[in-house]
Design a protein around this ligand. Structure first.
Ligand code: PMP
Length: 350
């Protein structure tokens, strides 16, 4: 560590990404990517736009915000966009949470929340999930500084009903409640429908999962125009051209091509349910996922051993060496063919 670094930076722990192996023979089911390529229309739009790369992109990103607004029947003033939802979440922490006022998030949740909290010097109450990974809804009432959690949660894959989200919103009238909907397209319903009723609700989404664009880095936030104005103020004060031209046009096409989106999303849900049943036949306990991954606990082998042995067989899945998760593995949903190959490998191991 350098003497030149700000002490705050010394305290940060860089993200250790899921392994990225370039060997095409490896079946990679460890970072919840989509097994299908992006819509061909996205690729065409990016190709066309590439001849304009000598020009700065639009700082207001109006066209994309209009497109997303019309998709969700909102107004452009209710839409903020950025480079992946990680960046949108960073802006959201910066804009709505303040030091000295304790924020709440679950103890098992997306690993970047503690990192943002540290970076912005926030006080945090980590609310323990139930033994079944359920979200204790009332524990999120009356927060001092705001609330954030994913719905569905990660890595639990569990979904919280809209009624519970409304209770949390009603019981935090003066704080912002951020619902991170990275996986929502694989779930029952989105909190977007609550935006017009709750000025304290910010919904964050990504194009990395259900729209096959993890490599393009596009995320968005939806909420009351006042919240969006705050985010825009934070962004424009030091980083106005956040989105590049290729990402803007690619994201627009991803929202326009609803047929491709619906087809690939439905296929992933179908394969998820098939895979869940197959794991259950093999004595796994599988949480009822509403995401594009499952959290599962094998009865006949230690989870870590399964993870290691699958790696030797050419399959990457995720093992979290942390309390409550020691007996579980997280497996992203790939194509049916990939999941069948994984099941064959599991059969060889257990
Ligand atoms: N939120 C959650 C809950 C996630 O799991 C992820 C991705 N792993 C993200 C946000 C960030 O996604 P991205 O930056 O690719 O939009």
């Amino acid at each position: 560590m350098s003497k030149f670094w700000n002490p705050l930076i010394k305290q940060l722990e860089p993200y250790v990404p899921g392994e990225q192996l370039d060997d095409p023979a490896i079946i990679k089911l460890n970072t919840n990517e989509n097994p299908f390529p992006p819509s061909p229309k996205v690729l065409e739009a990016i190709q066309e736009e590439s001849v304009k790369l000598q020009l700065y992109p639009s700082p207001s990103v109006d066209e994309l915000r209009e497109e997303i607004a019309s998709y969700y029947s909102l107004k452009k003033e209710q839409v903020f966009v950025g480079n992946g939802s990680d960046e949108v979440l960073a802006f959201s922490f910066m804009t709505f949470f303040e030091p000295g006022k304790t924020i709440k998030y679950p103890d098992i949740t997306y690993s970047f929340y503690p990192a943002f909290a540290k970076l912005y010097q926030l006080d945090v109450e980590e609310v323990p999930l139930g033994d079944d990974f359920s979200l204790p809804v009332e524990a999120f009432f009356q927060s001092e500084g705001g609330v954030i959690f994913p719905n569905p949660n990660a890595p639990s894959s569990l979904y919280v009903k809209m009624g519970a989200i409304e209770e949390i919103l009603k019981n935090n009238p003066d704080q912002v409640v951020i619902i991170d909907e990275a996986y929502v397209d694989f779930a029952e319903a989105s909190a977007v429908s609550l935006i017009d009723s709750y000025p304290n609700l910010l919904v964050v989404q990504t194009l990395s999962k259900s729209r096959s664009l993890a490599g393009l880095r596009v995320g968005l936030a939806l909420g009351h125009p006042d919240l969006i104005e705050g985010l825009t103020r934070a962004k424009d004060s030091f980083n106005s051209y956040t989105m590049d031209r290729l990402a803007i046009v690619g994201a627009m096409e991803a929202f326009k091509d609803t047929a491709y989106f619906e087809k690939t999303k439905q296929e992933i849900i179908t394969v998820r349910e098939y895979f869940r049943q197959e794991l259950e036949k093999r004595n796994f306990y599988v949480l009822p996922s509403q995401t594009n991954f499952v959290l599962a606990s094998p009865a006949d082998i230690e989870a870590e051993k399964l993870f290691t042995q699958l790696k030797q067989e050419g399959f990457l899945i995720r093992y979290f060496n942390q309390p409550k998760l020691e007996n579980y593995v997280r497996i992203s949903i790939g194509t049916k063919e990939q999941m069948n190959k994984l099941l064959d490998a599991i059969d060889k191991i257990i």
